[in-house]
Design a protein around this ligand. Sequence first.
Ligand code: NAD
Length: 469
Amino acid sequence: MSTISFLDQVHRMFEKAAAYTDHPAGLLSQINICNSVYHMEFPIVRDDGSIKVIKAWRAEHSQHKLPVKGGIRFAMAVTEDEVMALASLMTYKCAIVNVPFGGAKGGVMVDRRKLSDTELERVTRRYTYELLRKNFIGPGVDVPAPDYGTGPREMAWIMDTYMTLSSDKLDALACVTGKPVGHGGVRGRNEATGRGTFYGIREACNDIDRMKALGLETGLAGKTIVVQGLGNVGFHAAKYLEEEGDAKIVGIAEYEGAIYNPDGLNVESVVAHRKETGSILNYEGAQNIENSAEALELPCDILVPAALEAQITKKNVDRIQAKIVAEAANGPVTADADTKLLEKGVLIIPDVYLNAGGVTVSYFEWLRNLSHVRFGRMRQRFEQQANKRIISALSEAAGLKISDERIAELAVGADELDLVNSGLEETMITAYNEVTEIAKDKNTDLRTAAFICAIDKVAIAYLEMGIFP
Ligand code: NAD
């Protein structure tokens, strides 16, 4: 573990980047500090009738744009410091991908494996109630989302509790994102962080200059990848890297151990094997690695930590063999390790950019909830008919015979998932280009460039409010 806290590390990154800007010191401190933190402790009744007191937090880092936004984490290791650090990263992340929100984060100190589903439901509902009591949740105030240990089910409980208690019935659905599609969620949100991670890695691998500097071929196809964490982000990132990027997943680490096969693993089938046996170990054709952390040190082109923070530290950094570290998780590389990796010439694709796909599609979900209409509903059929007319006219002019079935296939209009995915892809590409431009211009690493990008945008937002001279 690193000796400095996660929050101090984020502050260090901020200060490193701030030095490249010319914003006044006071404005920089306003951007850096965490505006408000609500620490609560509440009781829940366990299934056996006993009472358990739960510690929880919600941090709102910056209200320069409203609502503030950030996931809710269920983990025993949650601390106030961690929640504040993650809330800060959310502010910068939103700014980098041009999502008009401030940053926030929630943390609930529970081990989800040790609580039953009904106990988890009680925890989630009570947490929501506490947030509502202090005005820490609402479509225009603070909009949570899933994070480590939570998913669509918890978001549905939050939405249901909020709707029951709030007087704002019309827009109440927009109080939380990452909901199941049948309950106001948007198609593509569940897989968005992993899909965005895939787009970000693909963009970096298509960057000719960067690949040349690393001694790697341009393009993602055939690159060897090790993924740590087969949860929401890790699974989806690995799946798209394999299926759409044609990369080779050679190692997968979970808390129970890791597996390695230099010829490649099939992600879907590893998940099926884990479901069946309760572990990723003993997967056919793969070598078992009992100490999961050792998987980070496996030979590969790209290492994708997608579990928790502080995984690559000064203790193991010298043994990392990957040429690219793609931070799908928040804060997986400590500040000391970051310096060492950069000295070694490793390309770090930073968390504040790389895992921003989740909040991007959360923004789409929030818009959908407020507009009360599914994306594509008003134009899908119109597009289809227009496409049909164009194809028919062109094929007639060219004297081609195209069957009605083929025309129908070609003419299909964009549905909600198509629109969400293309909006996400566009966002990740634009942000990559913006950050790399800054990195070239200032001659910095990508993390520093991403922070400079964020600081400048938040500074402009504050200045435009006219409250600072
Ligand atoms: P998750 O709970 O769905 O999955 C995390 C997985 O990591 C679990 O399967 C867990 O067993 C595994 N894990 C835990 N410790 C491990 C270890 N030491 N070694 C190997 N595996 C380990 O969580 P998630 O939503 O996928 O989040 C993962 C990371 O991505 C977190 O840092 C989170 O903050 C970040 N993130 C998540 C989202 C999102 O939309 N869910 C968005 C942005 C960032």
